[in-house]
Design a protein around this ligand. Structure first.
Ligand code: GAR
Length: 230
């Protein structure tokens, strides 16, 4: 068959047609239930992620329920298990490689419970955000994660707590603060009831909001502080 015949039968199609190159690729890191991931998926489906697209969900645990949430919505998943690597550095290098392969523009730690090496923060400076279930600088840093954060808030007897979304730096929970939302503590609260209310009233709201702001290019970091330019 002559080349011209073939061209007529199979007209040339631009393989890049329809791809929005301005859309930000989001990679979400998870370790557990994935309710914050769900909030991001819901926001994406409502068109409220500022054009960002959840490209991939990476879990540090093979049994994380968050993986099912991703699969149910057709989002590709990967598992990079900490115990498959000899140390934090090797684990972090594997993660960086995966983030490069996914062309990540933004990395979101949504209940990601594995400590990473400074190499990850350097590779993605001001491009990794984390949600923490307290008003930083209260109840944060090493050892403050998940339910422990709420136990500590109740133990101290604070009347108000909340959630924080911040950029990830080499200092644990110490990076520039993007958004915070306060939540009242009620007299009969247990760590579990408080965790649920902080998630519902704060985390599931401010995490998608921060991702939207990032994807719209509305967050600048100056002198260690995040500035939102609406
Ligand atoms: C969330 O409350 C998140 O803020 C917290 O773990 C929970 C994960 O829930 N993260 C940390 O404590 C990190 N320091 P999820 O898996 O249902 O999103």
């Amino acid at each position: 068959m002559a080349v011209t015949d073939l061209q007529e039968r199979t007209p040339w199609v631009d393989p890049l047609e329809g791809i929005d190159f301005s859309a930000k690729n989001i990679v979400v890191l998870v370790s557990g239930g994935g309710t914050n991931l769900q909030a991001l998926i819901n926001a994406q489906e409502r068109g409220e992620l500022g054009g960002g697209i959840i490209k991939c969900v990476i879990s540090s645990r093979p049994d994380a329920y968050a993986l099912k949430r991703a699969k149910d919505h057709g989002i590709p998943t990967r598992v990079i298990q900490r115990k498959s690597f000899p140390d934090v550095e090797a684990y972090s290098n594997a993660l960086i490689e995966a983030l490069y392969q996914e062309y990540a523009d933004l990395v979101v730690q949504a209940g990601f419970m594995t400590i990473l090496a400074p190499s990850v923060c350097r590779a993605y400076q001001n491009k990794i955000i984390n949600v923490h279930p307290a008003l930083i600088p209260s109840f944060c840093g090493k050892g403050f994660y998940g339910l422990h954060v709420h136990e500590a808030a109740l133990e101290k007897g604070v009347k108000v707590t909340g959630a924080t979304v911040h950029f990830v730096t080499e200092v644990c929970d110490g990076g520039p603060i993007i958004l915070q939302k306060a939540v009242d503590i009620l007299p009969d609260d247990t760590p579990e009831t408080l965790q649920k209310r902080v998630m519902e009233q704060a985390e599931w709201k401010i995490l998608p909001q921060a991702v939207k702001l990032f994807c719209e290019g509305k967050i600048k970091v100056k002198n260690g502080k995040a500035i939102i330019t609406e």
